[in-house]
Design a protein around this ligand. Structure first.
Ligand code: DUT
Length: 105
């Protein structure tokens, strides 16, 4: 089983690895220097949320799950689909778009 654990950038404590043995019969024993986890360092995107009145229609975008072949089931239920947000500040609070905040760094 592979489950990620996030170590926050500001964390200064001991990094711990949670393990669970799902085998009801076999005991698992770890020895010193056993490899039980992998550290993957990732860049974290800093974003600014911008309120927009409505989201623009994106061409060819289906709803959630549409690429899994369930589009027909959802058709006509809401009349809307998941759309990409491109920003804008024209009043309203119904939607928020996300823009990268890297320029300010
Ligand atoms: O598998 C893990 C997960 C987390 N941590 C450490 C690093 C992380 O920065 C800190 C806090 O983790 P998290 O924020 O997930 O847990 P929390 O303290 O219970 O949550 P919150 O910060 O929301 O209070 O615990 C580990 O050592 N191993």
């Amino acid at each position: 089983m592979n489950a990620p654990g996030t170590v926050d950038a500001g964390y200064r404590g001991e990094i711990k690895v949670i393990v669970v043995n799902l085998d009801p019969r076999e005991t698992v024993r770890f020895e010193r220097f056993d490899r039980i986890a992998q550290l993957v360092v990732q860049q974290v995107e800093r974003v600014r949320f911008v309120s927009v009145a409505e989201l623009p229609l994106g061409p060819g975008r289906g709803g959630f799950g549409s690429t899994g072949g369930h589009a027909a089931v959802d058709e006509g239920k809401s009349g809307t689909s998941v759309q990409a947000a491109t920003g804008g500040t024209a009043g309203g609070n119904r939607y928020a778009s996300v823009v990268s905040d890297r320029e300010g760094q």
